[in-house]
Write a protein that binds this ligand. Structure first.
Ligand code: URA
Length: 229
């Protein structure tokens, strides 16, 4: 584990970098404390337009160490969206989310409720891999979160499943443990958000798969409800 002062220094450096980026992006000294809105940004307004923008993003330092941006994959009309933490090594190499061991388990979880990977949409809070898979920094989240929110606005899933503590706490702005958050539905940008355990956690704690099965049954039930469109 890193010493606390080293970790604090990293955070302070990252905040300084964020302020510099904000000044460059806005052309003023005014600091935006909420994620910048991507609506009205240059380019069109489809998922493909957004993907092109994100592929050339240089909004934080992760652009210097990434091999590929991992934008997301799946159906642009998905009713169910999964959101993980950040790309790992395999995802960074292939430019696709959840393609490593945890990804194989996620595929099985999706199939357990009669869906295929192509039917859902899979994305991460961060689009670039943090070096050595370290935890995402607050400024990286702030810079990248606008892309996720825009993805959600464009796909308009009925249900979002947040995978693991990090995605759940980030999206819900909560400090609650994943054990407490999981299994409940929360309102999020017009969708119902349900946190569950991350597949990488399940690989280490297979006994907890039963909780994910319970959560997936709730998702299946929610998806089969009749909805007035
Ligand atoms: N873990 C994640 O949170 N996301 C990925 O894409 C892969 C592993």
């Amino acid at each position: 584990m890193k010493p606390v002062n080293e970790e604090l220094k990293e955070i302070v450096d990252s905040v300084k970098k964020y302020i510099e980026i904000e000044k460059l992006a806005t052309g003023t000294d005014a600091l935006a404390l909420t994620p910048r809105s991507v609506s009205g940004a240059r380019g069109g307004n489809t998922l493909e337009d957004l993907r092109k923008r994100v592929l050339s993003c240089a909004g934080c330092e992760l652009c210097q160490t990434r091999t590929n941006v991992v934008f997301g994959s799946g159906s642009a009309r998905a009713k169910l969206m999964f959101v993980g933490e950040a790309p790992g090594m395999q995802e960074d190499l292939q430019g696709l989310p959840f393609v490593g061991r945890a990804g194989q388990l996620l595929t099985k979880i999706i199939e357990s409720i009669g869906l295929k990977r192509e039917d859902v949409y899979i994305a991460n809070v961060l689009k670039c891999r943090p070096p050595e898979n370290r935890n995402p920094l607050p400024t990286e989240i702030l810079t990248c979160e606008e892309y996720l929110i825009k993805q959600i606005e464009l796909i308009r899933p009925r249900v979002i499943c947040a995978l693991g503590k990090f995605a759940a706490q980030t999206l819900l702005r909560s400090q609650e443990t994943i054990s407490r958050l999981r299994g409940n539905f929360y309102d999020y940008h017009g969708a119902k958000l349900i946190p569950t355990f991350h597949p990488a956690y399940l690989l280490r704690n297979p006994n907890d798969k039963r909780f994910v099965w319970e959560d997936m049954k709730k998702i299946r039930k929610e998806l089969t409800k009749r909805h007035a469109v």
